[in-house]
Design a binder for this molecule. Structure first.
Ligand SMILES: *Cc1c(COP(=O)(O)O)cnc(C)c1O
Length: 457
């Protein structure tokens, strides 16, 4: 008999979690203004809000914490981290920051000007925020296939070369750089192929433009390239990473994702001029150049995490768990962005709650229903997150309206996946009775989904 697949680690420490009653959850979600960000962690049974900073560090990472050098300047831990980043990405200049958006802040602060255009593939919300708050435009050039959740293609996160070329042809003098998000989080944790990265590089070169990778999940992207793209089956994840980054001029990184630390990030590049400009802002916003908002011990854990998570076994365990959850949803007929992404399943909410009009936010409604059903906290990646158009102030209903079930790294077992799938099935089975959604009672101008207040209709 062939042996079944199992995790490439065993568990050394556990954290108890608690169930609640439906009556308790009704009360709590009401107090949270029907916004799951405003729930307390203790009010959640299985937390799928994000995979950001929620992973379980390994024994090697915990022991690396003890090796932290807390020198204000020139800490040994910084150099250990920098050397690891350079080895994996090829970038020599490394500016640490407290998390990914801070790397965006220090870099975009020097590169993005009012009236600029920044093309990319489904800019992440903080990335879009850092562009739009500078009165520049984030131009989405994702392939059209990403909009059809039922289409099964291997690299749904790709940049559409025609759209990118058209944007550059029209606005080239106002484009400070192209940004490629690997994996494409907003489109469903979908990977970008090596072929596509190469094409983006060629188009950038044609117009004399630079390319930045938003790299939060670059290791998961490398795993998909190895599994799905011709010519990479026999390459190691680290070899694939080196080739990916050879097509970029710089990277911003949220280390809370693929470096499996609870906090941290960085900007890295080989362009000294970029580093020199960014480091001035880094000192103002983040801290001195060899810590940038992190502790020495955090940088030690980051280095180990990055090294571990650019190994095949660790990535395989993670991504196969996401695929396991997907197979359960297949069994129940629940529609999600296909194929399953690297870090999450994105349920296609308007296809589930067909009676809820878009003006009443189907994905947010489904998020609330799933919490009420079983205390599972998912996250709306849809019309609320899309914010309003900066010019017309209208809601942006032209994209997808998804519920993200985001799986923290090395935290839950497949038994938890079974509970999630069953809870979703229960909601799915009574989907026709759900006829109304929610209405906004208060919202912020930018990135409203974090703080929005809602009422149920
Ligand atoms: C999380 C994330 C960011 C922002 O990083 P933070 O660490 O949350 O500030 C940027 N881009 C992508 C693709 C992300 O997933």
């Amino acid at each position: 008999m062939e042996l079944p697949f199992a995790e490439s680690w065993k568990i050394k420490m556990v954290e108890p979690i608690k169930k609640s009653t439906r009556a308790e959850r009704e009360q709590w979600i009401k107090e949270a203004h029907y916004n799951v960000f405003q729930l307390k962690g203790e009010q959640v049974y299985i937390d799928l809000l994000t995979d950001s900073g929620t992973g379980a560090m390994s024994d090697r990472q915990w022991s690396a914490l003890m090796m932290g050098d807390e020198s204000y300047a020139g800490a040994r831990s910084f150099y250990r981290m920098k050397d690891t980043i350079t080895r994996i990405t090829g970038f020599e200049y490394v500016l640490p920051t407290h998390q990914g958006r801070a790397a965006e802040n220090v870099l975009f602060g020097v590169l993005v000007k009012e009236g600029d255009y920044v093309p990319g593939n489904s800019h992440f919300d903080t990335t879009k925020g850092h562009i739009e708050s500078r009165k520049a435009f984030a131009i989405d050039c994702t392939v059209d296939e990403a909009k059809n959740t039922q289409l099964e293609v291997p690299f749904k996160g790709n940049v559409d070369p025609k759209k990118l070329d058209a944007c550059l042809a029209e606005h080239a003098d106002k484009v400070p750089f192209i940004i490629v998000t690997i994996t494409n989080n907003t489109a469903g944790g979908q990977p970008v192929s090596m072929q596509n990265l190469r094409e983006v590089r060629q188009i950038a070169d044609k117009y004399g433009k630079k390319v930045i990778f938003d790299s939060a999940r670059f290791a998961e992207n490398a795993y998909f390239i190895k599994m799905r793209e011709d010519g990479y089956q026999n390459k190691t994840i680290k070899e694939i990473c080196r080739e990916m980054f050879s097509y970029a001029d710089g990277m911003t990184m949220s280390a809370k994702k693929d470096a499996i630390v609870n906090m941290g990030g960085f900007f890295a590049t080989n362009i000294q001029e970029w580093y020199d400009m960014a480091k001035v802002r880094g000192i103002v916003c983040e801290g001195y150049l060899t810590y940038g908002g992190m502790n020495g011990r955090d940088m030690e854990a980051l280095a180990v995490g990055l090294d571990e998570n650019t190994e095949f076994d660790n990535l395989e365990t993670r991504i196969r768990q996401v695929q396991y959850l997907a197979s359960k949803l297949d069994e129940y007929g629940i529609p999600y962005q296909r194929p399953a992404g690297g870090h999450a399943i994105f349920v296609d909410a308007p296809k589930v709650l067909t009676n809820v009009p878009k003006e009443e936010f189907p994905a947010q409604t489904l998020t609330i229903e799933l919490y009420l059903e079983a205390g599972i906290r998912a996250c709306e990646i849809g019309y609320l997150l899309a914010d309003r158009d900066p010019v017309t102030r209208e809601n942006r209903f032209n994209g997808l309206d998804l519920v993200r079930l985001c799986i923290p790294r090395r935290v839950y077992t497949n038994n938890h996946m079974d509970v999630i799938a069953a809870a979703l099935k229960n909601v799915y089975d009574r989907r026709n009775e759900i006829k109304r959604g929610v209405r906004i009672t208060w919202e912020a101008e930018l990135m409203r989904h974090f703080t929005v207040q809602l009422e149920r209709l």
